[in-house]
Design a protein around this ligand. Structure first.
Ligand SMILES: *Cc1c(COP(=O)(O)O)cnc(C)c1O
Length: 393
């Protein structure tokens, strides 16, 4: 177990992740249609730690993993993860041999890419698994016409260095109440699937859903769904929270401890610019967390606060790179635990509340939490693993 020597840490509840995965799986078992679950662990598992989340998700019944870039997939392999992995973003064709060597599936949406990759992929090794991406309305990456998609698929089928393993698309509005755009994308994807079936090109894995689509429209998910944000216990959007089929369990808490507590008299300045001036007799606490940890400066200017023994304590003054200050309800002991995100003594600061305050989405907040903070993993309330970038061997 990696040590760490600072009083700020990201706590990840492995039981919550396992529970979210199991709930999603039972949703599909109930519908009498056993779908596979692809756990999305890109961006270091949305800041929760990709390797550990992958292990927990696989143990709870996920069968595949997905990441954004090849380096994220290669890291999982180095960490000993042997499950199937899909890189959902672009892989430089000249790097395709690394994917092939590590049995990592890649996303393909250009014929030119296949031609260039053919030059580096080995004929004598097991073929490179390919998932073809169709752009049905996201406008990001993907083959854009059914004629072109057949050309790409046929190339993969005919070239022995590749194996056609998947076909997928991605929705732009699955997290909105209005389903008209979603339905149009779904119809376009259905048309492509139908063509694939007619041409005997249909691969083993056909997938289209992210968390929002997978949880709201189980009957429309083909063979697999890509479970991201809600695996971490977070809603895809506040708008559809009441449409989710089960209660999500948030996995992440951000905690620190008071390192100094002082009584300040009236008229004293706090932090850079001395923008906050104390009134008579305020108890001020210093926290060893700052914007270099991803706890951005806007947290103090948008009315942010922490929980101490379940009570609110607001940030005062500017947040520094490594430290910040809060106004305490009363004198408290140095070493008292402070919660920036998560539950504390019956109160809670949700990821959604932090995101709303910062005028962003809940996805962004954990992604910003820097690797300078150790990730501490708990099962049954007990710490079982610590991962720390600074103290790695
Ligand atoms: C990130 C991503 C997902 C996961 O989406 P969530 O909304 O987090 O469930 C699924 N598919 C693709 C292509 C993605 O980029």
């Amino acid at each position: 177990m990696n040590a760490y020597h600072r009083d700020t840490w990201v706590e990840v509840d492995a039981d919550a992740i396992a529970s979210n995965v199991k709930s999603a799986r039972s949703l599909y078992q109930k519908k009498g249609k056993e779908l596979e679950l692809m756990a999305v662990v890109k961006a270091d598992g949305y800041g929760h730690g990709a390797t550990e989340v992958a292990k927990v998700a696989l143990a709870a019944g996920a069968t595949h993993l997905a990441v954004a870039f090849l380096d994220e997939a290669l890291l999982l392999r180095r960490e000993g993860i042997s499950a199937p992995i899909l890189v959902m973003g672009y892989v430089p064709p000249e790097d395709a041999e690394y994917a092939q060597r590590e049995r990592i599936a890649v996303t393909v949406f250009q014929l030119e890419w296949l031609k260039r990759a053919t030059a580096v992929v080995k004929a004598e090794a097991p073929p490179l698994a390919v998932h073809i991406k169709v752009d049905t309305g996201m406008g990001r990456i993907g083959v854009r016409s059914s004629g072109e998609v057949v050309t790409v698929a046929s190339f993969v089928k005919e070239e022995e260095r590749f194996s056609l393993e998947g076909l997928f698309t991605h929705f732009a509005t699955a997290d909105e109440n209005d389903v008209s755009y979603f339905n149009r994308q779904h119809r376009l994807f259905m048309d492509v699937v139908t063509i694939f079936e007619k041409e005997s090109l249909a691969p083993t894995h056909i997938h289209c859903g992210n968390s929002a689509a997978g949880l709201r429209f189980p009957a429309k998910m083909f063979t697999m769904f890509r479970f991201g944000i809600s695996m971490y216990g977070l809603t895809p959007s506040p708008e559809i929270t009441d449409q989710l089929p089960f209660g999500l369990k948030p996995a992440l808490s951000l905690r620190t401890k008071l390192v100094q507590v002082k009584k300040m008299s009236a008229g004293e300045g706090i932090s850079y610019g001395a923008t906050y001036t104390t009134k008579e007799g305020e108890w001020i606490g210093t926290l060893p967390v700052g914007y270099a940890d991803g706890w951005i400066r806007a947290n103090s200017t948008t009315g942010g606060y922490v929980l101490v023994n379940g009570e609110k304590a607001p940030f005062v003054g500017k947040i520094c790179m490594d430290q910040c200050m809060i106004r305490l309800p009363r004198q408290l002991e140095v070493g008292t635990t402070v919660t920036l995100i998560g539950e504390d003594a019956g109160a809670e600061i949700t990821m959604g509340a932090v995101a709303a305050r910062l005028e962003t989405i809940n996805y962004e907040v954990p992604c910003l939490l820097s690797k300078r903070m150790p990730r501490v993993y708990k099962k049954g309330g007990e710490v079982y693993h610590v991962s720390s970038l600074l103290n790695r061997k």
